[in-house]
Design a protein around this ligand. Sequence first.
Ligand code: SF4
Length: 463
Amino acid sequence: MAAERIQHSCALFGIAGHESAAYLTYLGLYALQHRGQESAGIVTSDGERTHIHKALGLVNDVFQPHLLEKLTGSSAIGHTRYSTTGSLTLLNTQPIRVSYRAGTLSIAHNGNLTNTPYLRSRMEQEGSIFQTTMDTEIILHLTARSHKTALEDRIVEALEQVKGAYSLLLLSEEALVAVRDPSGFRPLCLGEYEGAPMIASESCAFDILGGEYLRDIRAGEMLIIRNGNMESLTLPISGSETPCVFEFVYFSRPDSRIYGEKVDKVRRRLGKHLAREHPAEADIVISVPDSSNTATLGYARESGIRFEIGLIRNHYVGRTFIQPGQERRDHDVRVKFNPVEGVLKDKRVVVVDDSIVRGTTSRKLIGMIRDAGAAQVHVRITCPPVAWPCYYGVDIPTSEELIASHKNVEEIREYIGADSLGYLSLEGMLSAVGVDRAMCHACYSGEYPVPPDDKLGKQVLEE
Ligand code: SF4
């Protein structure tokens, strides 16, 4: 549950051709803060030079007005980060900017490459020196090494060598480029504000500006924005589209639109399907705020059980408590949530949540709900058990740490101390999502659309 969350990966925002590019990017990142809270960064281009500021911390802490003023230029890309590869240091913050023979190039990445060990060891043997421990730097190296002339051709040559998940924004002095990998693992969409094209991980970033969502960037599509013109190319890389289903279950904001669908609507359907698959004899249904609020409304509507606010979340928990690390996560529960005794006392309660990761937090939260006087606690989860790690840019713990990799549902129920426990089935989840295409569900099923490679370039998992 909430405090032992599977962590988001990263957020991207970019805009081209607007005199307030840095400020608008700051606002866009602000709306996307939920996707990464460890660091934030913005690079701008004034057509001749690029300017960068990045630091560890939340968007609001990193960008003071005087710092934004220094980021001059009409094009910008920005990034917020939760580390999935590479540790938490200033060096590993994004965007990364390098100088090479054609000028400067900056990159912001959401996702994870699956052939990093192979590429990195090959490139180190060939003399490359890496400044960071991030897989993102590999894309920069490969782009800079290319002998092609046009920036987009260099990027294509680099991407032909990498595998895995990459939604990317790249900025040079003269162009802004957006790319989504052929599997489309992570979302990326196109919008417009006062005539300026914008690109963002989720459409809620356009709303904060009063901008307009235009469409998704297609899996395998590259957009090049240069001198006020926008060109769309299809990457010459094979692959079939398998976007991440967990974006609907948990990561994305309900007021966003991803993969062309409204997250709010999908999440309500998840709750409805869950109520059909796992009904409960109960007096009230409560959510673990905020990420399961919308699905809980769906559960309440379908089941006819009254929706109540039984847990209050403290939204002002400082950064200390959202940094990674087990030691700190263990303190999260009481700091983040407080049960409402007047709502819970003597009630049979359904608790709707979006995941059980290690199980330790669920156990504490259920204990708190019981201490507040609940007569029964029935836990309902809006997706199947998460039993497998993610290789595509989401920080899911190792299999050993995932409770569902070594306990069955009844054993998990017993461990967390619930009276009953029901997970939405894989079929139920996919049917509720209702997207007319294949999706990645590897963390539930172990079926990896793009298996990771080892140092020698061999697949680690069987296809
Ligand atoms: S493994 Fe899970 S979290 Fe990772 S991309 Fe696939 S569905 Fe999303």
